[in-house]
Design a protein around this ligand. Structure first.
Ligand code: BGC
Length: 453
């Protein structure tokens, strides 16, 4: 299976996505995938049962819980009106070993974390409403009912898939004697859309570009043909597009490293878009390339630095540090590499080595940003019929560690989007950053759907 090691020039060719490819293959590819999701595919274009958007004037305090791929956040979110919020939150890194335990063990830990927050805000005795943001797909049958579907991001939780997340969380709250009522559950993309809509009613879609990648948008309920909604159903509904799963038929060809990553992943073939775009995977792609270059191109004098052999040890934080280096002698790259990996004393990376690593990093981060822009354009097309010459104000709200923190990622997305739209002057369409989208969105949704709004 050993494919030849691509040179930097070859890798450049394999990872650079042209404007033409985006317009002729990827955007139409997404458009077809959206159609299939509306018509038949149960795993994409998933109804959220969120059928209203906030006005921004609502007030009140609601609890929210955001189970992400990396962190768990629990918060009390106060909506203060005028699109503003106050958040009191606690954040916990999800320990690696909890990603593969029975659901009761994971949710007992979640309930303990929620209890910590209630103690912090002195509300242990109070009866409170909670919205849950879940960073995995759920098949919903109502606003507070969601059955977990296949999970990515390294999670394998016996007893969770095919079961109702809200019921399981409620059971954990009962076990831990916590008085919380979950009134809504949303995918994190749906939460982010609602969160930004609380601030700006021109929000039509959202994306997450973090550990995972996905999008949500607002659509006419009658579009969702695969589900027979009663005729008196609300006219609009937010759907979870679950674009992480799309792309097997339209993404650019896989490089050697994409193939290795996929074959070594827990579910080969699953989430092809996510595996080229999201934070969980792009660092690993770079690591695989470095390992290959050490072996075959004498990078680091042919000696693999300690820890570099560990899968997923090269994170997007390292990538961002390396990509941002502008020093003449690559001092920041040196710092990042030697702080995170072990080089033997007689083997300090040369400037040439560091430039090679920076090149490898750039190729995979740029491909990720370009694919993300293609997704944004496809969402605009879905909502507005076209992605060029848009006449109305449109906001695409994006959350996630890569979008919000990776060096120049967001600005390169905006630049490419303008090029694709061929509209240097057009400021009507804006990609905007939403922070704490899951947390705020779950709380706003809880407000909209709680018995005493
Ligand atoms: C999940 C999505 C989620 C996304 C962003 C993906 O792995 O399948 O449901 O929205 O990550 O967190």
């Amino acid at each position: 299976m050993d494919e030849p090691t691509p040179s930097l020039e070859e890798l450049e060719e394999q990872t650079f996505i042209t404007k033409e490819y985006i317009e002729e293959k990827i955007i139409p590819g997404f458009t077809d995938a959206y159609r299939r999701g509306f018509d038949e595919d149960e795993s994409t274009m998933i109804p959220s049962y969120v059928c209203r958007l906030p006005t921004g004037m609502e007030t009140g305090t609601y609890l929210s819980l955001d189970l992400g791929g990396t962190n768990l956040r629990v918060a009390a979110v106060t909506l203060v009106g005028d699109g503003k919020t106050d958040i009191e939150q606690k954040q916990f890194v999800i320990p690696e070993e909890l990603k593969t335990v029975p659901v009761e063990t994971l949710f007992d830990w979640v309930a303990d974390c929620a209890k910590d927050l209630l103690i912090k805000i002195k509300s242990l005795e109070k009866e409170m409403y909670m919205g849950v943001s879940f960073s995995f797909p759920i098949k919903q049958t109502d606003i507070n009912k969601g059955v977990a579907m296949k999970m990515g991001k390294g999670f394998d939780i016996p007893g969770l898939v095919n079961n109702d997340v809200v019921e399981l969380l409620n059971d954990a709250f009962v076990r831990k004697k916590i008085n919380i009522h979950i009134v809504a559950i949303v995918n994190d993309t749906v939460g982010s859309l609602v969160a930004y809509a609380y601030r700006d009613q021109n929000t039509i879609a959202s994306m997450i570009i973090g550990t995972g990648t996905n999008a949500a948008c607002i659509c006419e309920t009658s579009e969702i043909k695969k589900q027979n909604f009663p005729p008196d159903s609300p006219q609009y509904m937010i759907v979870n597009n679950e674009i992480s799963l799309m792309g097997a038929d339209f993404l650019p060809k896989k490089t050697k490293y994409d193939k290795i990553l996929d074959s070594q992943s827990s579910i080969p073939g699953f989430q092809p878009f996510e595996k080229m775009v999201s934070g969980r995977y792009i660092g690993e792609l770079v690591r695989l390339a470095i390992v290959d270059y050490v072996k075959n191109y004498n990078l680091f004098d042919g000696k693999l630095p300690g820890k570099m052999e560990i899968p997923y040890s090269f994170s997007t934080v390292h990538m961002s540090e390396i990509e941002s280096d502008r020093t003449y002698n690559s001092a920041n790259i040196l710092k990042s590499l030697t702080q995170n990996f072990k080089f033997s004393e007689d083997n300090t990376p040369t400037v040439g080595d560091m430039r090679t690593v920076q090149e490898l990093v750039r190729k995979f981060s740029r491909r990720s940003a370009h694919l993300a822009v293609a997704a944004v354009a496809s969402l605009i097309k879905l909502q507005c019929g076209t992605y060029k010459n848009i006449e109305r104000e449109v906001r695409i709200a994006i959350d996630g560690s890569i979008y919000n923190s990776y060096y120049k990622y967001s600005s390169s997305m905006s630049k490419l989007l303008k090029e694709i739209q061929e509209s240097g002057e057009d400021k009507k369409v804006k990609i905007v950053s939403v922070k704490n989208g899951g947390i705020i969105g779950a709380a706003v949704t809880a407000m909209m759907y709680s018995p005493h709004p």
